[in-house]
Write a protein that binds this ligand. Structure first.
Ligand code: ADP
Length: 385
């Protein structure tokens, strides 16, 4: 907006009219004091300031304005008598743009100057916006870089733990094999196998992560039996975690379109997390529900649960709940991968949880093949938990 300051009402009216006709928003003040009052309340891009005014003249107004923090980008055009030395004015007003027009005002020149100031103002504004966007981008990249460094250190640690274990068992095996204690050898081998599987799972997650990053996560979709897949996953969990009780309710009852191995990956992830984050009560419930066109699978545990604040973030890459990070091993990428998988199935993924009482991680996907790819996965968080 432009502020015209002039003690002659006719000047105010005629200038205002011309500027408004040219599409500018205009405000007026008939004295220096009124101008200062207005400037305190509202910011102006340009002030057209008459120099010769009673009480407070235009130079004094400009000098006072230079002390206001809000006017640092405001330009001033003085309307002066022919022989005024503009250098004198510059001393008083250093910020913003500055120019002058001699009276009587040539309206075409004034318009030209106003337009130039507006153009400069627009360019400056755009530059400032770009600078801010760049600064934000730099911050985001710095943060991502930091996260990556942290991730590499956590990942190396996670990979080293099973490796150290395997090394230990292999040394034990070398010694035991001499004594021909077959049962002990078998026990050590089972442990080695468990650790190798852990390593394998970690490497698979890391590979998936890098495929997601490069947009190369592949899907092999067909119709498959979700019920048979659930039976299989439950059976395997019973074998690998005999201490965990698994209860299942509900059936899909018909085939589902999707990548069976990827859906298995999501289920295994939910279940292993359910077991991992339930240090005391080892029971997992699997609930299957069916609506007209979708099937819902929820994996419920009775573990530590997650509060609302963290629920919003746990599907993000590398996100781990800080308070538990030292208690439970992990890379913070499992749920991120699950989210990507469910996104590719046009599905919904989410969690319902009451801290201290456990969590239910769920997904729901359409039964049938959907032609149109969806823009993004819908993350669903329970409003009541
Ligand atoms: P990871 O378990 O390797 O840290 P995930 O991506 O699988 O990574 O999970 C992200 C975070 O979500 C975990 O660090 C944990 O804080 C939280 N979380 C996941 N599953 C559960 C669960 N069943 N109960 C409580 N917290 C969970």
């Amino acid at each position: 907006m432009i502020l015209i300051v002039d003690d002659t009402p006719e000047n105010l009216i005629s200038l205002r009219k011309v500027l408004e006709l040219n599409g500018f928003e205009v405000d007026t003040a008939s004295s220096g004091e009124e101008a200062l009052r207005k400037v305190l309340k509202q910011s102006y891009i340009l002030i057209i300031l008459d120099v010769q005014m009673p009480d407070m003249d235009g130079f004094e107004v400009a000098e006072t304005l230079s002390g206001f923090s809000g006017t640092k980008d405001t330009a001033i055009i003085f309307l002066t008598a022919v022989n005024t030395d503009i250098q004198y004015v510059k001393k008083g007003y250093v910020s913003g743009g500055l120019d002058y027009i001699t009276k009587p005002v040539d309206i075409n020149i004034l318009l030209l100057k106003v337009k130039t100031f507006y153009r400069i103002y627009e360019q400056n504004r755009r530059l400032a916006e770009m600078r801010q966007a760049l600064e934000e981008e730099i911050e985001i990249r710095k943060e991502a870089e930091k996260k990556k460094d942290e991730f590499i250190s956590v990942a190396s640690h996670e990979l080293k733990t099973p490796l150290t274990s395997i090394k230990g068992y292999v040394q034990l095996l070398q010694r035991t094999i001499e004594t021909e204690k077959k049962e002990v050898v078998r026990q050590h081998l089972t442990r080695v196998q468990g650790q190798v599987e852990k390593l394998n799972a970690l490497v698979i997650d890391l590979l998936d992560m890098s495929r997601i990053e490069s947009g190369k996560l592949q899907f092999n979709e067909t119709y498959f039996s979700l019920d048979a897949l659930l039976d299989l996953v439950i059976e395997e969990t019973r074998q690998t975690h005999p201490e965990v009780g698994i209860v299942r309710t509900g059936y899909a009852g018909r085939e589902v379109w999707g990548d069976e191995m990827r859906i298995e990956q999501v289920l295994v992830n939910f279940i292993t997390n359910g077991i991992k984050y339930s240090p005391e009560q080892k029971e997992i419930e699997i609930h299957v529900r069916v609506t007209a066109d979708r099937v819902y699978v929820g994996v419920r545990d009775h573990g530590i649960g997650i509060n609302k604040e963290h629920q919003q973030h746990i599907f993000r890459k590398f996100y781990r709940v800080e308070d538990n990070a030292h208690r439970f091993q992990g890379l913070g990428i499992g749920l991120f991968i699950c989210q990507q998988i469910i996104e590719s199935h046009h599905g919904e993924i989410g969690v319902k949880s009451i801290p201290g009482e456990g969590a239910e991680f769920f997904f729901s996907i359409p039964f049938v093949h959907m032609e149109q790819p969806q823009a993004g996965v819908k993350l669903s968080l329970d409003k009541n938990s």
